[in-house]
Design a protein around this ligand. Structure first.
Ligand code: T46
Length: 328
């Protein structure tokens, strides 16, 4: 049985990692303050897809991880999945950049704690938001590859305070390895999605909107609707991490992506089609749209032995079926 810490373990990504570790028979220590606007869910009432307290090896601390670090000095963690972050969807990234900047402090305190207790391995969630926005513009965008962020060269402007924080965390991971021998790997997920994601994210929000407007002539998305993302099913992300996390130790980064661009107009059409109608999809230009095209090159993931399995259309169908069953 491994001893595992999951910071931010009650959030959308964290809940999936907690379950995978519990199913593997590991002892899981989950720390989460269930902060507003982060999508964290208290485990007492059960998580949407499972009840963590059904497992006797689940331990929960309703606490900011920074406080938890001050109170705990266990030096026997086999893995830390460091997922804690102040983040919601695009609206939070654009409207509350200083609240999001708390992530700089969360990561700084994480690495200071790690230096003290020396967990055997840290699995760090960075983000594709760390990539330079200059490579994601309408003119000249390209699939983002890991080597586009090089800490010994010009670095480029990441996506707002969220991108800066994630980029800085990656830099700290490298320093932690070089100066203190701390082993880690950093992941850059693209648009991770799943049926239990918070409604501030486009995936549940657009699926539910398509369901609510069945038969209508128009369906809305934010921005122009021509902006594109690389949607990857959350279980594929978890598979990708477990397939690769023991192969990198020096804080190097790996994308979690499909390499496939889907525009929000295409996405809304897929959702509507699954609901049995064909509306005109229109953009709401006053809503935040973020970068134009964010997709991740898959070459390095494939070299490390991982490819995504779940097709986006199938992911949309699965979520719509669940939402429909919940409204009955
Ligand atoms: C909520 C909503 C969003 N959208 C569109 C508008 C934007 O073009 C896009 C925003 O998606 P998201 O909130 O996922 O923000 P991104 O800028 O893509 O950044 C995301 O991907 C990076 C990698 C992270 O790490 C962030 O956590 C995550 O927020 O969805 C709609 O069209 N309709 C809606 O109802």
């Amino acid at each position: 049985m491994k001893k595992i810490l999951v910071t931010g373990g009650a959030g959308f990504v964290g809940r999936r990692f907690v379950k995978r570790c519990l199913d593997n028979g590991d002892q899981v220590h989950c720390v989460d303050p269930i902060a507003r606007d982060t999508g964290g869910i208290h485990p007492d009432g059960g998580f949407p897809l499972y009840a963590p307290f059904d497992y006797s090896s689940f331990h929960f601390y309703e606490q900011d991880c920074r406080q938890w670090f001050r109170e705990h000095d266990d030096d026997d963690f086999d893995y830390v999945f460091h997922l804690a972050a102040m983040v919601g969807g695009r609206a939070m990234i654009e409207n509350s950049p200083l609240a999001v900047a708390d992530d700089l402090s969360i990561d700084a305190e994480y690495w200071q704690w790690a230096k003290k207790v020396k967990p055997a391995k840290t699995v760090c969630f960075s983000s594709s938001a760390a990539y330079p926005i200059g490579r994601q513009r309408e003119q000249g965008y390209q699939l983002l590859s890991e080597d586009m962020i090089a800490f010994d060269d010009d670095i480029g402007m990441p996506d707002m305070s969220y991108g800066w924080a994630k980029l800085t965390c990656e830099y700290l991971a490298r320093l932690a390895y070089e100066k203190h021998g701390l082993k880690s790997v950093c992941y850059r997920p693209f648009s991770g999605y799943g049926e239990d994601q918070d409604d501030s994210y486009p995936f549940p929000s657009i699926c539910k909107r398509a369901m609510a407007h069945v038969g209508e002539e128009k369906l809305t998305v934010w921005g122009t609707g021509d902006q594109m993302r690389d949607f990857i099913y959350i279980e594929d992300c978890v598979d990708g991490v477990f397939a690769t996390m023991d192969k990198i130790n020096d804080g190097d980064a790996l994308n979690l992506s499909t390499g496939i661009y889907t525009s929000f107009k295409q996405f809304a059409r897929i959702a509507a089609e699954e609901c049995g109608y064909e509306p005109e999809v229109v953009g709401l230009s006053d809503k935040p749209a973020g970068v134009h095209a964010r997709g991740g090159c898959t070459k390095k993931q494939v070299e490390y032995g991982f490819s995504h399995k779940v097709d986006f259309h199938a992911g949309v169908k699965k979520a719509l079926e669940l939402y429909a069953s919940q409204t009955q």
